[in-house]
Design a binder for this molecule. Sequence first.
Ligand code: PHE
Length: 405
Amino acid sequence: LALETVLVDGKPFKRDEYTNVTPNILSFIGTNNHNRIGHPLCLFKQRLIDFFYGHFKGRTGNPIFSIYDKINPVVTINENFDSLLVPKNHPSRNKTDSYYINKTYMLRAHATAHQSELIKMGLDNFVIFGDVYRRDEIDSTHYPVFHQADGVHIFTPNELELIHGSNINIFDPNQYISNEKQGVYSKEANEIVTNHLKNTLVSMIKQVFDEDIEYRWLTEYFPFTHPSFELEIYYNGQWIEALGCGVIQHEILKNSGAGNRIGWAFGLGLERLAMPFYSIPDIRIFWSNDSGFLNQFENIPKDGRIKYKPVSIYPQCINDISFWLPEEKPYCSNDFYELVREYGGHLVEQVKLIDEFQHPKTKNVSHCYRIVYRHLERTLNQEEVNEVHKLIETNATKILGIKIR
Ligand code: PHE
């Protein structure tokens, strides 16, 4: 049975040629750092919730946004991709980039995966918080599990009219398509929604960071919004990608029973923003159960601003690994990164491809990766690093079919 099924969150799923989830990845499900009282991701989540509750109020002063932070990360491929109009050949669908349970189910690669379902349920204003899973590189800002917030605001005709000042047509009888707008929507409606989106998100960032932050808007592309934008903020001397957003593709609203409406959506990475806000230098720290870490977030001051003090910076151990890529099997760097995660665990701070070489005669390709080891809470000794390094070599040979040089 174990060979034919994979247990995800206690439930059996049939394995097939798509299955690429690993025991290491599956072990993160249910941790829910964003819901753990006192965890910096939970504190940061609350800052975002406070903004939405305070900024959008109903007739009686009630919050109009609903918050969802307990939706299971197992989704259908339809929810994660098709329902959001992601083309069949889009690179994010690749097995090298996403975690598949089988050909029907996967671990959500973004919180946007729940957008259509929630709109179908009749919701107009909501923010989803959740853990998301992506196969990616290894460094101090990347981890295969991280957390996102995704928000949707769908306008009532009345709300649009209030902003516009008079009666307004949502739809464009001429179906005029441009870089600025979808064919279906009128220029006026699109402009109102785009401005509302940008103003709201800039207010959100300023309130959450409690600062008059410098920012800039860039044009982006997402299959599920048009027009689409990215907001960058200038913080601690560098530009940070803060979020992606746009006007929801009308087809998504139509398919979800809201075809007579217009609305916006955004998505952001919680770690991406919480790291600079709390001065947390390495994304692995969010997974630490060390009391020296969590205690620092216990008695938060009124402004919620805590500066994380590294318990101490322990030295790095650097080991390189060089190998010939397999000749028959396909190979991609993400497969190797995954394997390093599996066998190196939290000891690995960074993996970088530092050299690539093709043999002029045999045409065989060789890669050299630099693996930087560092323990977050103590000094590593060279022997234990060698042991882990050896384990990586052995398993890369066995599983990926590479040849150590
Ligand atoms: N899902 C996108 C991401 O993960 C972010 C996004 C959400 C962009 C909603 C636009 C609208 O990068």
